[in-house]
Design a protein around this ligand. Structure first.
Ligand SMILES: [Zn+2]
Length: 472
């Protein structure tokens, strides 16, 4: 594997030369990839075919390169809000067209493989940044009935290609950890089962071996951050059936990474993982593996939270007790799903010692109580702007009552939340699934506040990146 690892590092250091610069975050749309597909049409390395249209009429394309004997088929973003691998595919297309760099390697791949890319299988879902297509059907549960045009065309392309290897490219929740480690499962793999008995058929065994080589490569970059997805058989899913029909399918799920919500680092890891997997297939390196590496990958466990506040004192009636509080952020789409704001909620309260936070803070010696709403209403934006957040926080307020008939903002751009018109729109309590607005005290002085899940250190208030909520 030494040679493959060297190749992976070379790709790592030269990645910026190939990164598709027009795709900058996760919320790009079909209209952003169409110019890139047009570019591919103009390059003789590629054969580009329109293979169908989505339910809303967006064209879906298959882009192929190489004329080798072994066929590789990759499809991405069958779930509309899972775009990381789509961006990586366009990075890989750039890699193939970018001059003489890696020329021998590229010639080797193109001589031995025919690689077919189907990026963004669910463009209508991508438009809304939602998992399902516009029929509200999960494409990966539609293989049997084929009620969606997207599932139908994926099955047709599969039947036409009869690929040796398939890559089923997804994103998964940031909440998964690699085993019971404190690390996010940043990349998870699965060689899907072809039946209820989870039989290791020859195609599945080859997928396991290939994953073994991919895992060894990725251990160079993200050791301890690799997980294995549940191998329960799902008769309605594509990967499971494609395995049954003789293709060695690798499910690759991109998860979370600290300080990389837009997953641009993990996009680079996808780029490396896929290109080195092509090398492994072209050179039949995977054949020398056993399934041992695959078996050794720890299972995905839902053990990550966005923020964990540790060892806080809480009070109810005459009881004082110690708790950890775990908080997760939901992304709320806005501006035509081109952007989002955060809405936090309390995920769990109690002994959270088995969980890990993307962010954690030990608050031993501090007590927590619900943030209050400043009851004397503010009536203009100018007044809101004049409010001094640290002063509010010191008085125990995380929310401000705002009386306005015309205020339409979905989120608060201030450091506090806005309760619109009616103070009863917010409940001041600390409850699982409830709002994450707290004041945190030591010796009766407010030291920290949490506003919509964002922790403010009153000593250092202006560094925090955040948004509040408008309760209406
Ligand atoms: Zn998915």
């Amino acid at each position: 594997m030494a040679q493959e690892k060297q190749l992976a590092w070379d790709l790592y250091y030269s990645y910026e030369n190939f990164k598709e610069k027009s795709l900058v975050n996760r919320r790009f749309k079909h209209s952003d990839i169409i110019p890139l597909i047009e570019q591919a049409k103009n390059n003789k390395i590629f054969k580009v075919d329109k293979v169908g249209t989505s339910a809303e009429g967006r064209d879906i394309h298959l882009i192929s390169a190489g004329n080798g004997k072994k066929k590789v088929f990759l499809w991405s973003q069958m779930h509309g809000d899972e775009p990381t691998a789509t961006a990586a595919i366009f990075d890989i297309l750039n890699f193939f067209t970018a001059g003489n760099e890696f020329a021998d390697f590229k010639n080797f791949l193109l001589a031995n493989l025919t690689i077919s890319f189907l990026p963004m299988l669910n463009p209508d879902g991508a438009e809304l940044f939602q998992r399902r297509n516009i029929f509200e059907i999960d494409l990966n549960r539609d293989l049997i009935r084929q009620q969606t045009p997207e599932a139908k065309l994926l099955k047709n392309v599969f039947d036409t290609l009869k690929a040796d290897f398939g890559f089923n490219l997804h994103d998964q929740s940031r909440e998964y950890a690699a085993g019971n480690s404190i690390n996010p499962a940043s990349i998870s793999f699965l060689a899907p089962a072809p039946d209820w008995e989870k039989t290791i058929t020859p195609p599945r065994e080859n997928a396991m071996k290939l994953i073994g080589t991919m895992m060894q490569i990725l251990n160079e970059f993200i050791p301890g951050h690799i997980g294995k997805y549940s191998d329960d058989y799902e008769p309605r899913a594509f990967g499971d059936n494609f395995t049954k029909w003789g293709t060695s399918v690798v499910l690759l799920e991109t998860g979370g990474w600290r300080d990389d919500r837009e997953k641009q680092f993990l996009r680079k890891i996808n780029f490396i993982a896929l290109l080195t997997a092509f090398a492994s297939i072209a050179g039949e390196i995977y054949k020398d593996q056993t399934a041992e590496f695959y078996e050794s990958i720890p299972k995905n466990e839902e053990l990550m939270m966005d923020l964990i506040l540790r060892n806080l004192k809480m009070k109810k009636n005459d009881h004082e007790y110690l708790v950890d509080i775990g908080i997760n952020f939901e992304e709320k789409n806005m501006n035509g799903a081109k952007d989002f704001y955060f809405k936090a909620s309390i995920e769990d309260i109690g002994d959270l010692s088995v969980f890990a936070g993307y962010e954690e803070i030990d608050l031993t010696g501090y007590s927590v109580e619900p943030g209050k709403t400043k009851p004397d209403a503010v009536t203009s934006i100018e007044e809101l702007k004049k409010l001094n957040a640290p002063e509010l926080f010191k008085e125990g307020y995380t929310n401000v009552l705002f009386k306005s008939e015309s205020y339409l903002n979905e989120f608060s751009e201030f450091k506090f939340n806005i309760v619109l018109n009616d103070i009863s729109k917010i409940k001041s309590s600390i409850k699982v699934e409830g709002e994450a607005n707290f004041i945190i005290k030591k010796d009766n002085e407010v030291s920290y506040t949490v506003v919509n899940g964002f922790l403010f250190d009153l000593q250092n208030i202006y560094k925090t990146k955040r948004n509040g909520i408008v309760y209406k």
